[in-house]
Design a binder for this molecule. Structure first.
Ligand SMILES: Nc1ncnc2c1ncn2[C@@H]1O[C@H](COP(=O)(O)OP(=O)(O)OP(=O)(O)O)[C@@H](O)[C@H]1O
Ligand SMILES: [Mg+2]
Length: 589
């Protein structure tokens, strides 16, 4: 009888393995960046073209490889990271299977350039799994891998790739996750020539979180640290009073690697139960460590999930850790917050009449109507979005696809359609709340002017400065009445890069002197000043913004107490639902 069983040729075996490891461009990015971080890189540069479908390039300044290792790395099961079965019990590196490079190489055209310190570099070229050659090349220590034309030799897989925008978002999200797993390396992402992520080395988690999502978001988080039976849980979680408002972000890590686990998210949410309204989704950045052998990291083809030996114990530890952090806060929080803003928050939460800055009822109603969905999808939503995405589908982070139109409005995709924010109104809201908070705290930061300004004012304007001088100082304006209707300005705040301190201050003084609807609607001097500052100092319509600036505006707006209206009570956000779009295009019914 003829034999029916035979060993698959290497290239075919690699392609089959690639089916599991390389699902889409983001898998390539993830594997290559993980390799860079495993090689102790201090800086990783990622460039993608067309969502990574056309090209992914990852360059690092890590240890690099000599020629033998560079060639060996393209072989299946070639790894420097573990040697024995026991090593897997306590593995700290991202990689351990020795499958990523050969898998990627089998479904693309791959070029690897690498050099160890002081050595001549090697370039290896691979196409559809075949090594085309290895040659000398000049380069500094480190490794660059370029992957072009993903799935060019497996058209059936290429067909399943999503739009470039969707793939790009997945890449951003994967890098955010790796950026939270490794704080000390600088991470940079460019997509079609646009800079999408620029993370400097961070000395702690708060710093990295602020670089990713802004100071306002970072300020809404509380630290936690907990240990029981060798299980440690550390990280940052949302303050209970912020849990329902800021966009939600969930990231779990164990032994330094990201993973998904719905049970643990649920356990953490349980800890909030008595402190947040039901349905609130707190942000969670949780870093777990367990004794060697207590977690199996090799249970999922792309390592998106892990298996804990004692799942219940880990869930209990997470719940206890979060509960502990929330409990310490709730006693302190009532003391250190001053009346103005918490009052606004309480008013809205209780559904009581909204404060005077808001048209009655509108803010509360809109909140109930829609909560912006700019955070990553959480685990449940990923699963619901599921089919074809795979269990490790990277959460989509819509906030990275922001469009500015007419240098005035910013568009962002949400789960149920799209939202448009008015950049000036949004920034007014941010500045107003920021200054009110600064009045309660130590005052606004300010910058000393290299050349002090001299302003000549009308008598009524001059007396405004005399009356409000201490408040101006707290707002960051060091103004000195100099006599003869002249004031000297020594320092000014710097709320955004396009800020014109002189113009802002002149306009503020004029408005405060003349009085307006805005200043009359204020209940006290602090509010009067904060409203005029917000109105005059905010980014103007017609100002072109860089992508990071737009992102920051979004982050900060959704970090405010009342994001939906500016200080005049005008809307900051307009929503266009998919339903509405469908209706207008005649798609409905
Ligand atoms: N950027 C890099 N710098 C230095 N060495 C690298 C780099 N990328 C890969 N290597 C070397 O090549 C080997 C193979 O890489 P590959 O990603 O295929 O496997 P791995 O990282 O060991 O395991 P896994 O398949 O789980 O990722 C690594 O073990 C490492 O020694
Ligand atoms: Mg690897």
């Amino acid at each position: 009888m003829p034999r029916r069983i035979h060993i698959l040729p290497d290239t075919l075996a690699n392609q089959i393995a690639a089916g599991e490891v390389v699902e889409r461009p983001v898998s390539v990015v993830k594997e290559l960046v993980e390799n860079a971080l495993d090689a102790a890189a201090t800086r990783v540069d990622v460039v993608v073209q067309n969502g990574g479908k056309t090209e992914v390039r990852v360059a690092d300044d890590g240890t690099g490889m000599n020629r033998d290792d560079a060639l060996l790395a393209m072989d299946r099961h070639a790894t420097s990271k573990i040697a024995r079965e026991e090593d897997l019990r306590s593995v700290r590196s991202f990689g351990f299977r020795g499958e990523a490079l050969p898998s990627i190489g089998s479904v693309s055209r791959l070029t690897l350039e690498t050099a160890e310190a002081g050595d001549v570099g090697t370039r290896v070229r691979v196409s559809a799994g075949r090594i085309l050659g290895a040659e000398d090349c000049a380069r500094q220590r480190g490794t660059t891998v370029v992957v072009r034309n993903l799935f060019f030799n497996v058209p059936a897989r290429a067909k399943f790739l999503k739009s470039a925008a969707v793939e790009t978002r997945a890449v951003v999200d994967a890098l955010i996750s790796l950026g939270l797993a490794n704080l000390s390396a600088a991470l940079h992402l460019e997509s079609n020539g646009r800079n999408l992520l620029d993370l400097p080395p961070a000395s702690d988690l708060v710093e990295r979180v602020a670089a990713l999502w802004g100071d306002a978001f970072a300020g809404e988080l509380i630290p936690l640290a907990h240990e029981v039976d060798g299980i440690t849980v550390a990280g940052l979680v949302a303050r209970p009073d912020a849990a329902s408002e800021t966009p939600r972000r969930v990231h779990l890590f164990v032994a330094g690697r990201p993973f998904n686990n719905r049970g643990l998210v649920h356990a953490a949410e349980q800890a909030y139960r008595t402190t947040v309204p039901s349905g609130a989704r707190p942000s969670l950045l949780l870093y777990l460590d367990v004794p060697p052998g207590a977690v199996d990291v090799n249970v999922h083809p792309s390592k998106a999930e892990v298996r804990f030996r004692d799942r219940a114990a880990v869930e209990q530890a997470v719940e206890a850790a979060v509960r502990g952090a929330v409990a310490t806060l709730s006693s302190a929080a009532t003391l250190d917050r001053t009346p103005t803003l918490p009052q606004l928050r309480r008013t809205r939460e209780a559904g009581a009449p909204t404060p005077s800055t808001e048209p009655p009822g509108r803010a509360a109603n809109q909140l109930a109507l829609f909560v912006p969905t700019l955070g990553p999808l959480d685990v449940e939503e990923q699963e619901a979005a599921g089919e074809g995405e795979g269990a490790d589908a990277v959460p989509m982070e819509s906030r990275y696809a922001l469009w500015q139109v007419h240098d005035t409005y910013i568009l962002a995709e949400t789960r149920s359609g799209l939202i448009i924010i008015d950049q000036h109104s949004a920034h007014e809201r941010i500045l107003f709340e920021g200054l009110m908070r600064a009045f309660d705290g130590g005052g606004e930061a300010s910058q000393r002017l290299l050349f002090p300004l001299t302003l000549r004012l009308s008598p009524s304007e001059y007396s405004v400065v005399e009356d409000l001088q201490p408040l101006f100082r707290q707002a960051g304006f060091e103004v000195e009445p100099f006599g003869g209707r002249t004031v000297i300005v020594h320092s000014a705040p710097n709320p955004h890069p396009y800020f014109d301190a002189e113009r802002c201050l002149r306009d503020m003084i004029a408005e405060l002197a003349e009085g307006s609807e805005l200043t009359r609607s204020a209940t006290n001097q602090y509010e009067r000043l904060a409203k005029t500052f917000a109105c005059k100092g905010a980014i103007k319509a017609g100002q072109q913004l860089a992508p990071q600036e737009m992102r920051r505006l979004f982050d900060e707006l959704f970090g405010t107490e009342l994001p939906y209206h500016d200080v005049h009570g005008r809307p900051t956000i307009v929503r266009l639902s998919l339903k509405e779009l469908e209706r207008r295009f005649g798609r409905s019914g």
